[in-house]
Design a protein around this ligand. Sequence first.
Ligand code: GDD
Ligand code: MN
Length: 365
Amino acid sequence: MHSFSPTVSVVVPTFNESQNLPRLVDLLDRTMTGIPWEVVFVDDDSPDGTWKVAKQLARDDTRVRCIRRVGRRGLAGACIEGALSSAAPYVAVMDADLQHDETILPAMVAKLRDDEAEIVIGSRFVRDGSSEDGFSARRALASRFAARLATIIIGRQVSDPMSGFFALKREVFEAVAPRLVPSGFKILLDILASTRGQARIAEVAYRFRSRQQGRSKFDARAILDFLGLLLHRMTGGTVSVRFLFFMIVGTTGIAIHLLALRAGMLAGFGFDTAQSLATVAAMTSNFLVNNQLTYSDMKLRGMAALAGLLKFYVVCGVGALANIGVASWLFVSNDWWIAGIAGVIVGATFNYTMSSIVVWRQQQN
Ligand code: GDD
Ligand code: MN
């Protein structure tokens, strides 16, 4: 057997963290005495060249690995790929910015090894844990509120389900991996929801530190992703986060349409012309918002965006025909509003499915 085979893979998602990596590797080296370990940096092609730093570290130290992902963004997706890339019996996930206290890692791994638990959470909120240093008061409050909401979908009480610092057994991870939502910020929450409260959980308290270098990537987008994840899990995982976003964006399109219609008529266009212009305006705005939000992880830019917009017009045009076709067919023997709603649902679903295939090429999830 070849000599190096780690017991723990520490998966670290990174985006613009170049300055933190050398220090983190150094800290891991000091802490993980007696446990064969490796660290897997999963970098989403950071503009600051984090992946270059990681690969340089990897050249000097076989315990360091780096996956540079291109054309993709997302904290949860990065963690999933990093964890899947390794074979170590235990997987830990932590941030690169030194906010998570690496010195509790050996205790976390020990709990897995002694089979005290299948998932061990580094927790900021249990007794002796603290979140005072690293979080603003507002964010701490929001975090507690979100944790309440999260309890509903996990089906049990966990003091820090939003933690980005945890360790688990490989079997558990591999079993849920196909069901995880890669676009989110809260991967632990998703894992807990996917195991439906079946996994044995332990918590280890730690002091949340202040970020060392660089800036937090937590933003409005992360909050939206969190809400999307909640809805996805509340519907039993049947309705995808993307689909939900797509429908919400579609609804805003109606408002845009009516505003544009009114503006067109005020500008002196006849109804038919104004209605046509409003339709184009709504489709354009839907495209732009979906590109920014629903498909932010695979955003089209430049010429690709222009081509995408044209394809989106075509898809929506066909979707409108499907909508009208179904509605007219149902109207023969149903109430007008049943026919109307059914038409809208068919049209919207068609638009979603087709645009996820031809505009933003990817499988749905
Ligand atoms: N690959 C990749 N892609 N990494 C990312 C991305 C991304 O799109 N966005 C963020 N990261 C990396 C950051 O570089 C960092 O290492 C880690 O993910 C966490 O990002 P931060 O920006 O530092 O997030 P935070 O400190 O606001 O929140 C973190 O800590 C909380 C408390 O544990 C996250 O882990 C939260 O999920 C967690 O609740
Ligand atoms: Mn952080």
